[in-house]
Design a protein. Structure first.
Length: 334
């Protein structure tokens, strides 16, 4: 059994903790959080042996094999570095860091600890539909990929949380678009060289206080001349909506072009409708579980995951160039 020490009991952190607690080859051995009341409650509910309010103390525990990090984004790099140096394998939620400088420090920590497994949580790569698309592209089924279009929309019902997180989120491009950017790099197999980003505060002017928007978009030109277009919104009235379209010279692949929760159709007095997922956990529930299974498998088998620390840095660099273009209104070269 791989013994896991987990930090962060927010919504995402608790979801990861629950997933680990249900795995057959890993044990949720320790929890760490500043909220002592919540910590005690969740440790009891999940049958966790040890609790900590100090991350530095948790990573000193010799019984712990690996650390999973779901703390606030600005703490990721420091905690990644400390855990790796303490001899622990590390899984961290995105983003790798809230600045490119932080990401470079994370790279250095991974390089200095080559015997440890490090994995970043780009869970969309573990979605069955995206994996199917990737294999189809590699098999040449749609020819040469020349365009990837990606939409990510959060529901208006969650806007209060987005506003509260706004001052330290790094902005919408870093907070929301990293998954879209990662998929573009993954599908296209190249790096962007130019980006032009636009958007604004169409419903919630609060985001302007942080040079951010509630709906933004970006157009990218990649080194192999492929195109990328992404849109991120925080005001979807219908729910959580992720769409991706991959265009090739011999075909097109669309994923989630009509967002739906399942294959059910409801017929009632209002007409015929399909329900859709209301948040990212519901939409990518299996993907989150599968990425954690992959991390545990890498630890057990002594191999490195496909997703590396350099993917985290590359995505952050691109996201910040998008933000720079958004703020300046100018085309930015990478």
């Amino acid at each position: 059994m791989i013994k896991i020490g987990h930090i962060g009991l927010g919504r995402m952190g608790l979801f990861h903790a629950e997933n680990i607690s249900q795995m057959n080859d890993a044990e949720l051995f320790a929890l760490c959080d500043l909220d002592e009341e919540k910590l005690a409650k969740e440790a009891k509910r999940l049958n966790v042996k040890k609790t900590y309010t100090d991350f530095d103390e948790m990573i000193k525990d010799d019984e712990i094999d690996a650390i999973t990090i779901t703390s606030p984004s600005h703490l990721h790099t420091e905690q990644i570095s400390k855990a790796l140096k303490a001899g622990k394998h590390v899984f961290s939620e995105k983003p790798l860091g809230t600045t490119v400088e932080q990401c470079k420090l994370a790279e250095k920590a991974v390089e200095e600890n080559p015997d440890q497994v490090f994995m970043l949580g780009f869970m969309r790569r573990f979605d069955k539909s995206y994996q199917y698309a990737k294999k189809a592209i590699e098999a040449g089924k749609i020819g040469k990929v020349y365009m990837v279009r990606s939409y990510s929309q959060d529901p208006t019902a969650k806007i209060e949380g987005a506003i509260a997180f706004g001052p330290h989120s790094g902005g919408e491009f870093l907070d929301m678009c990293v998954h879209d950017i990662d998929l573009m790099r993954w599908f296209i197999g190249s790096e962007p060289k130019k980006v032009w980003a636009i958007g604004g505060c169409y419903a919630y002017p609060e985001f302007a206080d942080w040079n951010d928007g509630d709906n933004v978009s970006a157009l990218m030109k990649f080194e192999n001349d492929a195109m990328g277009f992404l849109f991120a919104g925080r005001t979807a009235p219908h729910g959580y909506n992720v769409e991706t379209e991959i265009m090739g010279t011999e075909g097109i692949i669309r994923i989630g072009s009509v967002p739906q929760k399942n294959l059910v159709e409801i017929l009632d007095s209002t007409g015929v409708r399909k329900e859709i997922s209301q948040d990212f956990i519901e939409r990518f529930s299996d993907s989150f579980k599968d990425e954690m299974k992959e991390f545990i498998s890498c630890v057990k088998e002594g191999r490195k995951p496909e997703i590396t620390v350099y993917d985290g840095t590359a995505v952050s660099e691109i996201a910040y160039k998008c933000k720079e273009s958004f703020e300046s209104g100018e085309l930015v070269e990478l």
